[in-house]
Design a protein around this ligand. Structure first.
Ligand code: PLP
Length: 456
């Protein structure tokens, strides 16, 4: 963020807090935007300037911030029992009730819940569960993982190794390499020249088949994929892709792991996107973010009795030696239950379908602006890709940091949109109104125009 402040907290932040994804160089000069208050989609910084947060925190403040009801629920649970040991045979009421609720909402036969502390640990758990399951069923060779370039799955060692975003693969970090394979990014905008969407889909399906043939289905444990890629550029894969890959996974005895950390809990108008948008019934689902709308940290890895029965039967001494002190944290689970109740009571899923159509339609008008190469996404998960040349789709030099340039301009006009290199990404609270949509699109459009003029 570009705003230079001087308060004691701002100085403390700059001096002592090393943030996730710190860009050492710019942080040294600019520091952070110090936020102090939030209500709905509105944020205030410590100087009292207000912003519309079209990013929804980090794809997570689904019901909007500052709700009294959430504060009450959280306070009540803290008074009642702020913590409970989740290991082995100890439990707590909110975690048990939430597991039941998630089993009701999840697609297909998914009905088991393993709690973690966020999206990365939900993915890490899914990765370990795949190993555990394949070993238990006597298929220890099935350890290879397929994922996609452009996919983002978090920042534990395993999650970042599964991640396929080249920009996040920093050479100073190490990654698991020999058993994780990244297939092409299913981005229709960047399909090889001359291919239409259907041909591109066939190409991706063929590539998947070839990879299975090359490695051998008996060596592949799982395929990890976001139904719509999020921070890799809000990429809706070509029509039919998710379902065809799922069918191939079923034919080849490969577990389909849907990373719904962003797409679940209403972001695209459904509890889970896999089945409702794409007709896929995953074997394993990871979720976090919108599960508590960011009020408290919580993640979950969901799977079915099909997997549970395999890992739970056989060797009597076997146990699932995985989990966290804060798995099934009662306060986080109570917050998640209330969050889900609010989404249901306020019909936020239908609202996202309705207002999301308007958001898509209004954002598409930005295509007329210079710099805008693509406007894409689904409902409340949208993105603008900026390019140097709309015909060739050639990008501007990375060093220009065009996304940040535009986001900084937007921020000066009270709008927060997330820059990711060439992109400006949006994932607003599900409560966003049509009037808010107009504000977001107008301010973003103005920021793009302003930036274009800056560059001349
Ligand atoms: N999976 C996806 C699709 C994500 O977008 C993210 C975070 O943005 C994660 C996993 C990691 O979640 P967390 O940051 O809560 O660990």
């Amino acid at each position: 963020m570009s705003k230079v402040m001087s308060s004691e907290s701002w100085q403390a932040d700059k001096r002592h807090w090393m943030h996730p994804w710190t860009h050492f160089d710019s942080f040294k000069d600019e520091g952070s935007l110090m936020l102090t208050r939030a209500k709905g989609a509105r944020l205030w910084d410590e100087q009292g300037t207000s912003y519309f947060d079209a990013v929804g925190g980090l794809w997570c403040t689904n019901i909007g911030l500052g709700r009294e009801e959430m504060a009450e629920t959280i306070a009540e649970q803290v008074r009642e029992m702020a913590y409970a040991n989740p290991f082995v045979d100890m439990s707590n009421v909110p975690a048990a009730q939430l597991a039941k609720k998630l089993a009701e909402l999840a697609p297909g036969d998914v009905n088991r819940v393993f709690y973690s502390c966020g999206g990365s640990t939900a993915i890490d758990t899914a990765f370990r569960l795949v190993h555990f399951y394949q070993n238990c069923r006597g298929k220890p060779a099935k350890k290879h993982i397929l994922a996609r370039k452009g996919g983002y799955h978090g920042s534990t060692y395993a999650a970042m190794s599964i991640t396929g975003k080249s920009g996040d693969k920093i050479p100073e970090f190490d990654y698991i390499q020999d058993t994780i394979h990244h297939l092409s990014c299913p981005n229709p905008y960047r399909a090889p020249a001359g291919m239409d969407e259907q041909q591109f889909c066939d190409f991706l399906v063929d590539e998947f088949k070839q990879k299975v043939a090359e490695l051998g289905a008996d060596k592949i444990g799982a395929f990890f994929a976001e139904p719509i890629l999020g921070s890799g550029g809000v990429i809706v894969p070509p029509e039919g892709y998710n379902c065809r890959i799922w069918e191939l996974c079923q034919e080849n005895d490969i577990l389909f792991v849907a990373d719904e950390v962003v797409t679940a809990f209403g972001r695209v108008g459904h509890w889970f996107a896999s089945e409702d948008l794409f007709g896929v019934q995953p074997d394993i689902i990871t979720c976090a973010k919108g599960l508590t709308s960011g009020y408290l940290p919580l993640g979950a890895t969901l799977f079915s009795d099909r997997i549970y029965d395999v890992i739970a039967t056989g060797d009597a001494d076997r146990y699932f030696a995985s989990g966290y002190t804060y798995s099934g944290h009662p306060v986080a689970c109570a917050a998640a239950l209330k969050n889900i109740e609010i989404i249901e009571r306020e019909n936020l899923l239908s609202r996202v379908v309705e207002v999301g159509a308007y958001f898509e339609q209004r954002l598409q008008t930005l295509r007329d602006l210079p710099l805008v190469g693509d406007v894409r996404g689904k409902r409340f998960m949208m993105c603008v890709e900026n390019v140097a040349d709309r015909n060739t789709k050639q990008l501007l030099p990375d060093e220009l940091n065009i996304g940040k340039w535009i986001s900084d301009r937007a921020e000066q006009n009270g709008l927060i949109v997330r820059p990711i290199v060439h992109l400006n990404v949006m994932s607003p609270p599900l409560t966003m109104s049509r009037k808010d949509v107009d504000f977001v699109v107008d301010k973003l459009g103005a920021a793009i125009e302003h930036t274009y003029h800056d560059l001349q």
